[in-house]
Design a protein around this ligand. Structure first.
Ligand code: ZN
Length: 311
C-alpha cells in the first residue's frame, strides 16, 4: 500500500553527500529503498540542529531543490493540485529554522519560493524563534517566532510541532490559524519521552484538524528496546485512534539508516529502512485496523488535509 512519509532527513543526506563529491544522491541512495517499501510520497526534510547559519540553511535547501529539478522519478509537491499525481511525490520541508535570526519575513518568503511547504521552527534547541524539547521549559515562542507563524499561515505553509517543547507547542496552537501537525511523534502515554505527545496535546491537535505521524525511532516507542518493533508502533497508532479517531493518524518514520551505522541503531529491528515499510502496514492489520483505516494512516489523511490546505 502506498505510504506518505511525513519526515525523512533526505535534504541533510543530499547535502552531506554533495560535500563528499557525490551527485544524484536522491536517486542513487534513496529512491530504490523508498519505492521498494511503497514509500512513494515523502516530506523530504532539510534538517538543522541549531548551529547553522541562514546561508547554510539556504545551501541545503537549494541543493535538494536542484536535485529534485534534475530528475524524473519524483514529482514535486508545490500546490494542492500536485497531490493528485500518481507518481512518487516529493514535498520539501524544513526541520528547524535556527538560521533565521533577522529578516524573518524575507526568509519565509524565500523558503516558500524554493518549494518549502512544511516546516518546524526548531529542532531540540532553543533558537531565535522557538524552544525545542531540550530548551528552557519556561520559554516558548519568541515575538519573532509568532511573526514567523503568521507568515507561514499567510502562505499556507504547514506548521510542524514535532520537536517543540510544551510551552512552544501551546504557544503555536494559540497563535496559528492554519494547519498544525506533528510530523514524527508518538504517544507519551505509551512511552514517556519528551518528543512524544501527551494526551492533551494529541486532543488539541486533532480538534483543529491536525495530524500525528507515527515515528519508527526506537526511543520514541518503548524504553525497553527489546520490545521495540512494528507491532509496538502499531500500538501507538491504536492508542491515538482510541483517543481522537482515525482521521488524525499518519506516518512520519524518520528513517536514519542512510546516516550510517550509529544512526541506524535508532531504527526498529523489523523496519530498519524505508524498504521494509510495508511491515508497519502488516502490523496495523494484525492490530485489527480495517483496510480503510490503514489507507488513511498510510497516505489518505495527509493527502486529504494537504489538498485542502496547500494553495
Ligand atoms: Zn526530528
Amino acid at each position: 500500500m502506498r505510504i506518505f512519509d511525513l519526515h525523512a532527513d533526505i535534504g541533510a543526506d543530499v547535502l552531506s553527500q554533495h560535500h563528499l563529491g557525490k551527485e544524484n544522491v536522491l536517486l542513487t541512495r534513496h529512491s530504490d529503498k523508498c519505492l521498494k517499501g511503497e514509500v512513494s510520497a515523502i516530506a523530504m526534510a532539510s534538517f538543522f540542529s541549531g548551529k547553522e547559519t541562514y546561508e547554510e540553511m539556504q545551501e541545503m535547501i537549494l541543493t535538494l531543490e536542484n536535485e529534485l529539478e534534475n530528475q524524473q522519478v519524483w514529482k514535486r509537491v508545490l500546490s494542492s493540485q500536485d497531490l493528485k499525481n500518481e507518481s512518487p511525490l516529493a514535498l520539501m520541508s524544513v526541520e528547524g529554522m535556527c538560521g533565521i535570526r533577522e529578516h524573518e519575513t524575507e526568509a519565509i518568503a524565500w523558503m516558500y519560493e524554493h518549494g518549502i511547504r512544511l516546516a518546524s521552527l526548531c529542532w531540540n534547541e532553543e533558537n531565535a524563534l522557538a524552544t525545542g524539547v531540550k530548551g528552557n521549559p519556561e520559554r516558548g515562542l519568541s515575538e519573532m517566532g509568532r511573526h514567523v507563524i503568521s507568515k507561514m499561515d499567510e502562505l499556507h505553509m504547514v506548521i510542524d510541532v514535532s520537536h517543540a517543547n510544551e510551552k512552544t507547542f501551546w504557544d503555536i496552537l494559540d497563535c496559528a490559524k492554519g494547519l498544525v501537525i506533528a510530523t514524527h511523534s508518538n504517544a507519551y502515554a505509551l512511552c514517556d519521552h519528551p518528543r512524544n505527545l501527551k494526551d492533551e496535546q494529541i486532543k488539541a491537535l486533532a480538534a483543529r484538524g491536525g495530524l500525528i505521524g507515527m515515528n519508527s525511532c526506537a526511543y520514541f516507542i518503548d524504553h525497553d528496546l527489546t520490545k521495540v518493533n512494528v507491532d509496538a508502533l502499531a500500538k501507538h497508532a491504536a492508542y491515538i485512534k482510541e483517543l481522537v479517531g482515525i482521521d488524525h493518524l499518519a506516518c512520519g518514520f524518520d528513517f536514519m539508516d542512510f546516516f550510517g551505522e550509529e544512526d541506524a541503531a535508532y531504527t526498529i529491528c523489523d523496519m530498519k529502512n524505508a524498504s521494509y515499510a510495508q511491515n508497519f502496514i502488516q502490523a496495523l492489520k494484525n492490530n485489527h485496523f480495517s483496510d480503510s483505516e490503514i489507507r488513511k494512516i498510510a497516505y489518505q489523511n495527509v493527502i486529504d488535509r494537504f489538498s485542502q490546505y496547500l494553495r
